[in-house]
Write a protein that binds this ligand. Structure first.
Ligand code: BES
Ligand code: MN
Ligand code: ZN
Length: 511
C-alpha cells in the first residue's frame, strides 16, 4: 500500500473517504472534526445530539458530503473516553477505518492524525499507530487462494492529512516510516506462521532468514544436520530426527553498533509442525500446530525490523528449527539426550519438544556472549490455561529486563503477564537418571517449562515469552476473541515482532 503525507487541512483534502475521530465523553472532535462539521453545516453535531454518533471506541459512521467539501465521504470513528486515549486507541481506530474502506472497495482513503494534541501521545506515535492499524488490519494470507471477482479492488493508498506545521509533519513522516517497517516485519512473521507445514519447513525458515539477511547486508549462518552433529547440539537433532525435513539452527547477525561488544539475542522456537511425536497429539490439538514456529517467525521479523530501522544496536537472532514427527528414527519417551551445554535430559514426553530445541539455542547464545536473551515460543498449553488468548506469559531471571518487556507490552498493545519462577518449581523437573526431565507433571506447566529453559541461560539476563495463546487466533477461539483488537485477524498475529523491537530500543537507550 502506498502511504503518503499531505499537509492540507481536512476541509480541503480531496479523497473518496476521509476519517476523523470523536471522543465519547467530551464529544469533542479530535483533529479537525470541528472544522469539517462547520463546513458540513453541523450535520455531525446533529448526529451527536441524536445519539446516532456516540464516540464509543471503534464506532463507525459514514456520511456523504454532497460536494460541501472535497472529501466525498466522511468516516467518523469513535475514540472512546478521552482520558483512556493511547496509541492502541489509534491503532484500533485506524484498523476499523481501513477495513471498512476495504469492504466498500474504496481503494484510496485519507485520515487525519486521530487524536492529535491529546496529552501523552506524540504526533510520531499517532502516525506510526495509524499505519500499523491499517497495514495489520488489512492483512490477509492469500498465497494459495486465487483471487475471486466478488472481492474487487484492494485498498491501495492511504493519505495522512497533517496540519501545515513543519514540526508535526517531520514527526509524522518518521512515524509513517517506522509504522511501515514494523507492520511489514509483523506481516512477514504472519506469512511464515500462516504458511502450511508442507511449505514452511526448517529449510524454508532458513531460506527466508537468508534472503532477509542478504537484502539487508546481515550475517546469516545455517547449521545443517552435519554441523549440528559436529557441534553436539543433541536436542535439536533429537527433536528433528523423526522428520524427512531435517532440523537446523539459523544464526542471523545485525551489527548496528560495531564499536560496542553488547549483543541482544532473540531466540525463537521454530517447530514447523508439532504432531507431538510418538506422544502423538489428538487430532483437534494438532490442527493449529503449523503455528508452532511463530516464535522463530517473529525473530526473523524482529531482526528485519531492527535492520530496516537501522537501530544502533547489535542483535543476534537464533531460529531453532525442526519438525516434530513420528517415524522409526524419531526420538522416544525414555531416551536420554545431551544438549549443547552438556546437560543430559530424560525424555518424559516427545511432545515437550519446544524447550529442547530452545535449550541448544539458548546455550549457543550464552556461548556467543549475548548480553541479554529474550526467547519467544509457543511453549505450553498450560500458559493458555493460565492467561487465555489475551496475554503472553513472561518469566525470567532479571527484574529490569522483565520490566522493559512489560513496558514494551504497554507501548505496543502486545500484552504480557508475569508468572513466578521460584526455585521450588524445579523439584518437578528432577530426573533420577539424568540432569533434568523435559516434563514436570500437569501443575504449573508454563512455569516448569520456563524453569527448564533457565538451566541453559547461565547468569545472562533472560526473559522467556510464552506466546502459545497469543501467536494465532484459531477458528475455534474466534467467537470469544475480544473485539477490541481489530488489527488482528484470524490466523497468525505476528506477536513478538513489535514487542521485541520496543524492548531492544529500551535496552539500548535508543529514543
Ligand atoms: N506446541 C505445544 C504447546 C501449545 C499447545 C501451543 C497449544 C499452542 C497451543 C508444545 O510443544 C506442547 O505440546 N506442550 C505440551 C507440554 C507437555 C507435554 C509437558 C503441552 O502444553 O501440553
Ligand atoms: Mn509439543
Ligand atoms: Zn510445540
Amino acid at each position: 500500500m502506498n502511504i503518503s503525507l499531505q499537509q492540507v487541512s481536512a476541509t480541503e483534502v480531496s479523497t473518496p473517504l476521509l476519517a476523523i475521530g470523536i471522543f465519547e465523553d467530551t464529544l469533542a472532535g479530535a483533529g479537525d472534526a470541528a472544522a469539517v462539521d462547520a463546513q458540513l453545516g453541523g450535520v455531525i453535531g446533529q448526529l451527536v445530539a441524536d445519539k446516532e454518533v456516540t464516540g464509543k471506541q471503534n464506532e463507525l459512521t459514514v456520511i456523504h458530503t454532497h460536494g460541501k467539501i472535497p472529501a466525498q465521504r466522511v468516516c467518523i470513528v469513535g475514540l472512546g473516553k478521552q482520558a483512556n486515549f493511547t496509541t492502541d486507541t489509534v491503532r484500533q481506530a485506524a484498523a476499523v477505518v481501513a477495513k471498512r474502506a476495504g469492504e466498500k472497495h474504496i481503494t484510496q482513503y485519507a485520515t487525519v492524525l486521530l487524536g492529535l494534541d491529546q496529552a501523552g501521545v506524540a504526533p510520531e506515535e499517532i502516525a506510526c499507530a495509524i499505519v500499523e492499524g491499517a497495514l495489520l488490519g488489512l492483512y490477509k494470507y492469500e498465497r494459495f487462494k486465487k483471487p475471486n471477482d466478488e472481492e474487487g479492488a484492494k485498498v491501495g493508498s492511504l493519505t495522512i492529512v497533517c496540519p501545515k506545521n513543519s514540526g508535526v509533519a517531520d514527526a509524522a513522516r518518521r512515524g509513517i516510516g517506522r509504522g511501515e517497517v514494523l507492520s511489514g516485519a509483523t506481516n512477514l512473521a504472519r506469512d511464515l506462521s500462516n504458511g502450511p507445514p508442507n511449505l514452511v519447513t526448517p529449510a524454508y525458515l532458513a531460506e527466508t532468514a537468508q534472503s532477509v539477511a542478504q537484502r539487508l547486508g546481515l550475517g546469516c549462518e545455517v547449521f545443517d544436520v552435519d554441523e549440528l552433529r559436529r557441534r553436539k547440539m543433541g536436542a535439536i537433532l533429537a527433536v528433528g530426527a523423526g522428520s524427512v525435513h531435517p532440523p537446523c539452527l539459523v544464526v542471523m547477525r545485525y551489527q548496528g553498533a560495531p564499536s560496542s561488544d553488547k549483543v541482544f539475542a532473540a531466540v525463537g522456537k521454530g517447530i514447523t509442525f508439532d504432531s507431538g511425536g510418538l506422544d502423538i497429539k489428538p487430532g483437534d490439538s494438532m490442527l493449529t500446530m503449523k503455528h508452532d514456529m511463530s516464535g522463530a517467525a517473529a525473530v526473523i521479523g524482529f531482526v528485519q525490523a531492527v535492520a530496516e530501522l537501522k537501530l544502533p544496536v547489535n542483535v543476534m537472532g537464533l531460529i531453532c528449527a525442526a519438525e516434530n514427527m513420528l517415524s522409526e528414527n524419531a526420538y522416544r519417551p525414555s531416551d536420554i539426550i545431551t544438549t549443547y551445554n552438556g546437560k543430559t535430559i530424560e525424555i518424559g514426553s516427545t511432545d515437550a519438544e519446544g524447550r529442547l530445541v530452545l535449550a541448544d539455542g539458548l546455550a549457543y547464545a550464552v556461548e556467543q556472549k549475548a548480553s541479554v536473551i529474550v526467547d519467544l515460543a509457543t511453549l505450553t498449553g498450560a500458559c493458555i490455561v493460565a492467561l487465555g488468548t489475551i496475554a503472553s506469559g513472561v518469566l525470567g531471571n532479571n527484574d529490569s529486563l522483565l520490566s522493559q518487556v512489560e513496558k514494551a507490552a504497554q507501548e505496543t498493545g502486545e500484552r504480557v503477564w508475569r508468572l513466578p519462577l521460584w526455585k521450588e518449581y524445579g523439584e518437578q523437573m528432577k530426573s533420577e537418571i539424568a540432569d533434568l526431565k523435559n516434563v514436570g507433571g500437569r501443575w504449573g506447566g508454563a512455569i516448569t517449562a520456563a524453569y527448564f529453559l533457565q538451566q541453559f541461560v547461565g547468569d545472562v539476563p533472560w526473559v522467556h515469552v510464552d506466546i502459545a495463546g497469543t501467536a494465532y487466533i484459531s477458528p475455534a477461539d474466534q467467537p470469544y476473541y475480544p473485539k477490541d483488537r481489530p488489527y488482528l485477524s484470524h490466523g497468525a498475529t505476528g506477536v513478538g515482532v513489535r514487542l521485541l523491537a520496543d524492548v531492544v530500543k529500551q535496552w539500548a537507550g535508543v529514543k
